[in-house]
Write a protein that binds this ligand. Structure first.
Ligand SMILES: [Zn+2]
Length: 173
């Protein structure tokens, strides 16, 4: 289920990069070991679903997703010894790291950045967020096993729509 569009905005800034000594709970956010980007926790189910070929003996540790466009690393673990996975190890294109079309934005229903752009160019608006919302409400999404971030895509979709609308607005001035 993915009714957690809001959680993409969560700002858990506390104590990143260190395990809470008292509870042993992994931090919500870790710095990417390659480029230092604040990377959010991702479920092991997401990692296992999206990494094309898992190594034998995967340790049971907390993984994090680096969404920086200029970083090849997709998943890294709290346990520094655990295997890391590059964008090319994933079965899907990591939209956040792609510069060339097709740039996936909604992994459940296959909408790309270009779909949004095209619709806005043709009609001046986008029906895509509402179409996705309808599917989410019907329980038809599977973000945790399809989206590399493991999160609902709606936040990214809305941001892209807003972006493209404002670009269009500017170009018409
Ligand atoms: Zn990174």
């Amino acid at each position: 289920m993915c009714n957690d569009a809001e959680s993409a905005e969560e700002t858990g800034m506390s104590d990143c990069c260190s395990v809470n000594a008292k509870t042993g709970a992994p931090p919500a956010v870790m710095a990417c070991p390659i480029n230092g980007t604040r990377s959010k926790k991702v479920d092991m189910l997401t990692v296992k679903s999206l990494v094309r070929r898992l190594p034998l003996g995967m340790p049971n540790t907390q993984y994090y997703f680096c969404d920086a466009p200029d970083c090849e690393l997709a998943y890294f673990a709290l346990d520094a010894e655990a295997p890391r996975f590059l964008r090319e190890d994933l079965a899907v294109r990591v939209g956040a790291k792609e510069m060339a079309d097709p740039i996936p934005i909604c992994y459940c229903f296959g909408f790309t950045r270009k779909d949004i752009q095209r619709e806005i160019a043709e009609t001046g608006r986008s029906t895509i967020p509402n179409r996705i919302k309808t599917e989410v409400k019907a329980g038809n999404c599977a973000c945790e096993v399809k989206n590399p971030s493991g999160k609902c895509c709606l936040g990214d979709v809305m941001r892209t729509v807003k972006d493209k609308l404002s670009q269009k607005g500017n170009s018409e001035l």
